[in-house]
Design a binder for this molecule. Structure first.
Ligand SMILES: [Zn+2]
Ligand SMILES: [Zn+2]
Length: 333
């Protein structure tokens, strides 16, 4: 290099980035102290993302430089309640997050019943038995030989199941995770109380709580899929009991496990097959509806059913959608 010539960055110096998703249920005596520690740790490492801490543990998604994320995982695991936390790695950068958000909340997943969730160092107390993807198949086959049917129970918001779900799954009528309590206490699912039930959700965290709440309410044989639909899909793609596409909490909105994925969703306008969600035209509303490619120009000008009804009732306040719901959606993977 000649004297005075600017130093050029070569391709080798381009840093690699990653995102990690993780959760750990463990008793936390002082969530505020853990929050401050996590905030400082992430700032020092230049990470962005969302972290929730409660008396029941921690749930987070953070992104940044590979070496920084590795260091974050190592240091987080070094805190004894978080020992053994499993980090799921994926491609992505800190830029996918608007900022670093570290919050203390009553629950890691907002079922609205923090006092009903009990944890010890091993995790949630009284949750459903964890099944690896292969064990799901073993269970279904073993029960079949006894003439008993295994029921898949969707632990997500009903909207997510519109584009993908387990075969013959029961999909509760839920707009948010808070609705599960009303659903479970309604008696609608009491016929499943003496049946084998397998709960599933995107990455497994919602089922950790849901399966325990179900057992508390008299469901006798409850299982949950370890790592959720994501882990199951990695193993069986579209050749098992899963059908359709997976709703995901990032800009993609939907993802598929293989080219064989079925399209289960229907355009709200013309009923054509589609897996693409669009936001309601109301600025404050986070409701998503399915539209096909031909009708995809419509949602930019059309409100969802809820907003249409609200505007009809209160014509003076056109943009008052539920911002709270949007925040919940963003944090309940
Ligand atoms: Zn259409
Ligand atoms: Zn709306």
């Amino acid at each position: 290099m000649k004297c005075g010539e600017p130093r050029r960055r070569t391709l080798n110096t381009v840093t690699e980035s990653r995102i990690v998703l993780y959760y750990k249920f463990a008793p936390i005596k002082d969530p505020e102290a853990v929050k401050l520690w996590q905030q400082t740790l992430c700032r020092e490492l230049g990470l962005k993302g969302r972290i929730i801490i409660s008396e029941h543990g921690i749930n987070g998604t953070v992104g940044g430089e590979l070496s920084a994320v590795k260091s974050y995982a190592k240091q987080t695991r070094s805190y004894s309640p978080f020992r053994g936390t499993e980090f799921k790695w994926s491609e992505g950068t800190a830029d996918q997050f608007p900022r670093l958000s570290v919050k203390v909340r009553p629950e890691l997943v907002a079922f609205g019943v923090p006092e009903q969730v009990k944890v010890n160092a091993d995790g949630i107390i009284g949750g459903g038995e964890h099944l690896k993807p292969q064990q799901v198949h073993e269970l279904v086959e073993a029960k079949q030989r006894e003439g008993v049917e295994v029921t898949f129970f969707d632990g997500r918001n009903a909207m997510e199941a519109q584009i993908g779900r387990f075969k013959n799954a029961v999909v509760p009528d839920t707009e948010s995770t808070r609705d599960f309590i009303t659903e479970l206490d309604s008696g609608k699912y009491d016929h499943l109380k003496d049946q084998p039930v397998v709960t599933y959700c995107t990455g497994g965290i919602r089922c950790e709580v849901l399966s325990a709440l179900m057992k508390d309410r008299g469901f006798e044989e409850v299982y949950q899929i370890d790592g959720g639909i994501v882990r199951y899909g990695e193993t069986y793609q579209d050749a098992g009991y899963w059908e359709g596409e997976l709703y995901v909490f990032d800009g993609r909105m939907n993802t598929r496990f293989s080219e064989d994925a079925k399209t289960l969703g229907e355009c709200v306008n013309c009923s054509a097959a589609t897996s693409r969600f669009f936001n309601c035209a109301d600025r404050g509303c986070s409701n998503l509806q399915l539209y096909c490619a031909d009708c995809s120009h419509i949602p930019a000008t059309t409100r969802c059913e809820v907003c249409t009804a609200r505007v009809a009732a209160e014509p003076g306040h056109p943009n008052q959608g539920n911002l709270g719901k949007q925040r919940r959606r963003l944090t309940s993977a």
